[in-house]
Design a protein around this ligand. Structure first.
Ligand SMILES: Cc1cc2nc3c(=O)[nH]c(=O)nc-3n(C[C@H](O)[C@H](O)[C@H](O)COP(=O)(O)OP(=O)(O)OC[C@H]3O[C@@H](n4cnc5c(N)ncnc54)[C@H](O)[C@@H]3O)c2cc1C
Length: 374
């Protein structure tokens, strides 16, 4: 076992940390308070190669690895978690084109995604389900030399400004496949952007498909890929989300330490109280366990291993732990913790969101139990 990062990974981690602190700190209020997405950051994220970290430079990627991807997610989320979600979608959609796209589709999409010039959203969830693929109602009917898609996708990140969407839909035989739908096709529209508790500023909306006609070559990865394309894409999503939670936990611990050193109880900082020591120690130890579980998951992915169970375990533990750690950080702040003047209030709201994304905690438990040896 080797728990060290390589020199290259450490260098990249430092560069992203410096970039996030300098460039993303000024965007916090725009995203969280105004609930707006700062489009001007996209070329800067691209210059840092953050939209396509583990992909071949031939397709615009950084030619790096999954461990570097989680390091970047952690550093960005430590400053501004919703921007990490936006970046995650760049990496997840690139991954789909990389694995399932034709040479032409890879060039047409991966390069501009990595350059921050194109955004593709990833659409699984529907009004009636986000958990059960068998309940998907969106249809893709074969018609002549193409498909006609109908349905509604819900809670879709980046949808309001996406140039295209990757849509999971059922074909005439009931098989679920993945389709590429360009946003300028007749019948494609998005609904109004949602207002939400946390991860504010990521634009989230419905995607509506009303008799949208696409050519046959827009079917990615062949007909009836069953749920494999979804499960595989979700392992990367879960890994990125877990890394973002690690970033949130680190930020919460930093805030709790800073606050407790300054807040006085009689003539001593509350940092000296045993009750505060206990909270800080719990936070630090849970954070460390979550961090190494996440790095290990990325390491396994880099080895090309089947990570469905490991990612579910990681996502379940890390996202639940993030809510606990951010709550304890808030407790250290006393009543000031609920004030919007203090960063911990935003970190706690953001942490809660992660238990619901890329499969809820209940769904992760199901995935784990199905794969336990018996
Ligand atoms: C900020 C944000 C961004 C998102 N971005 C995207 C995106 O880009 N693309 C996308 O496709 N989706 C996206 N989603 C949707 C998200 O993935 C779903 O909301 C999530 O999977 C849960 O689906 P649901 O809300 O329909 O819950 P439901 O499936 O209706 O579940 C409701 C409750 O029942 C439980 N439950 C359901 N089925 C089972 C079961 N079999 N066993 C045990 N418990 C069960 C769930 O755990 C949950 O507690 C996003 C959501 C959020 C909050």
């Amino acid at each position: 076992m080797n728990f060290s990062l390589t020199e290259q990974q450490e260098m990249f981690q430092k560069e992203v940390r410096k970039f996030a602190e300098a460039e993303l700190t000024p965007l916090v209020d725009i995203m969280d308070k105004q609930n707006d997405f700062p489009h001007e950051i996209r070329p800067k994220l691209a210059t840092m190669n953050l939209y396509g970290i583990p992909f071949d430079p031939e397709y615009g990627g950084a030619g790096s690895d999954y461990v570097s991807l989680v390091l970047a997610m952690e550093e960005v989320a430590k400053v501004l978690a919703p921007l990490a979600i936006h970046m995650q979608l760049g990496n997840v959609t690139c991954d789909r084109f990389n694995k399932l796209g034709t040479e032409e589709q890879k060039k047409e999409y991966m390069i501009p995604i990595c350059e921050g010039k194109k955004v593709v959203c990833f659409c699984f969830t529907e009004p009636d389900t986000g958990s059960n693929p068998k309940m998907i109602k969106t249809t893709a009917r074969l018609d002549g030399d193409g498909y006609v898609l109908n349905g509604t996708k819900r809670f879709i990140t980046n949808a309001p400004f996406a140039n295209a969407a990757l849509i999971f839909a059922k074909d005439d035989e009931g098989d679920i496949s993945l389709f590429l739908v360009e946003a300028d096709r007749k019948g494609f529209s998005t609904d109004k952007k949602m207002d939400k508790l946390g991860l504010r500023g990521t634009e989230l909306s419905d995607v509506i498909l009303d008799d949208v006609r696409i050519p046959k070559e827009n079917l990615l990865g062949g007909k009836g890929g069953k749920f494999d394309a979804l499960k595989d894409a979700m392992t990367i999503g879960k890994m990125c989300l877990s890394a973002q939670c690690v970033g949130l936990m680190q930020a919460s611990l930093d805030e709790a330490i800073r606050y407790s050193m300054h807040r006085m109880h009689f003539d001593e900082p509350i940092f000296n109280l045993q009750a505060i020591h206990w909270l800080l120690a719990e936070m630090a130890s849970r954070l460390e366990a979550a961090r190494w579980l996440t790095y290990r998951a990325a390491f396994l992915k880099d080895q090309g291993m089947d990570t469905i169970k490991d990612m579910a375990i990681t996502k379940l533990f890390v996202t639940q732990t993030a809510v606990d750690v951010c709550r304890w950080g808030m407790q250290v702040h006393g009543a000031y913790g609920i004030s919007k003047e203090y960063k911990i209030e935003r970190l706690y709201r953001d942490a809660k969101m992660y238990e619901l994304l890329e499969g809820t905690s209940e769904i992760q438990r199901e995935l784990i139990v199905k794969r336990l040896p018996r």
